[in-house]
Design a protein around this ligand. Structure first.
Ligand code: AMP
Length: 239
């Protein structure tokens, strides 16, 4: 589902479901899209023909709070440096990019891809790479568990995305901040853990984005194909 207003993207969402759940899912997607004002809303259905990869469980959630976004980013950088060996000053410049318009003065639709030398690898620097084709075997059950722990559907979606991302062999870590100015929680995913960090960005900042940190020897076409095209279903959650 994708909605827009005056040709500007407003919201988007994707599901992987069985035939028998199509009707109810269409309604859910419509409801989700219509929470925000739009003048165009598209819902597209696509049959999955390729084999589905099943993952046993999501990354494990660690919820962390900091005094301010600078302190939080220091912690985030420590995690990423330890895993990627990218020098801190180089990493700092890369992370600064998502806080300030990704070098193009606006938000990218997808993520930046950065290797251990701090080099950007995405094929299109405006679009970035978009992860799709990921869902839960039983989404409602997982959502219920998360809600009981005080998390929201937003965490569910981000958790699914980052779980698929980190299941790619060449992926070392992920960094994410929202592009919504009032949503200041972000995350770093590394070594099986989803560090949900508040606040990871400055309140009121309209910029946001994702960075995928990959190994130097990653094959970029294989990475794109896996993240975009290979269907992944996650069975369970770790909280
Ligand atoms: P969101 O988590 O929806 O607030 O998105 C934050 C940023 O992450 C966006 O501005 C995009 O740059 C990026 N992003 C959103 N969705 C995806 C996706 N499916 N794959 C890769 N990057 C994404």
């Amino acid at each position: 589902m994708r909605s827009s207003l005056e040709e500007k993207h407003v919201s988007g969402h994707e599901r992987i479901v069985k035939d028998s759940e199509i009707e109810s899912t269409l309604l859910e997607l419509y409801k989700r899209g219509s929470r925000k004002d739009f003048d165009l809303l598209n819902i597209k259905l696509q049959k999955i023909t390729q084999p589905i990869k099943y993952l046993e469980r999501t990354l494990k959630i660690e919820n962390l709070n900091f005094n301010d976004y600078k302190e939080a980013n220091e912690f985030a950088m420590e995690l990423i440096c330890k895993k990627t060996f990218i020098p801190k000053n180089v990493l700092n410049n890369i992370i600064y990019l998502v806080h300030s318009g990704c070098g193009i003065g606006k938000n990218m639709r997808g993520a930046m891809v950065v290797n251990q030398q701090g080099k950007r690898l995405e094929k299109d620097k405006e679009k970035g790479i978009r992860t799709s084709m990921v869902d839960f075997v039983n989404r409602n059950k997982v959502l219920e568990i998360l809600k009981e722990k005080g998390f929201t559907e937003r965490t569910l979606d981000a958790l699914a995305l980052s779980t698929k991302n980190l299941s790619f062999e060449g992926m070392l870590a992920e960094y994410c901040i929202s592009d919504e100015p009032d949503y200041i929680t972000g995350y770093v995913a590394v070594d099986g853990i989803y560090y949900r960090i508040t606040p990871l960005k400055k309140e009121g900042n309209f910029f946001g984005g994702r960075i995928y940190f990959v190994k130097n020897d990653v094959d970029i076409d294989t990475l794109y194909y896996y993240l975009k095209n290979e269907p992944v279903l996650i069975k369970d959650i770790q909280v």
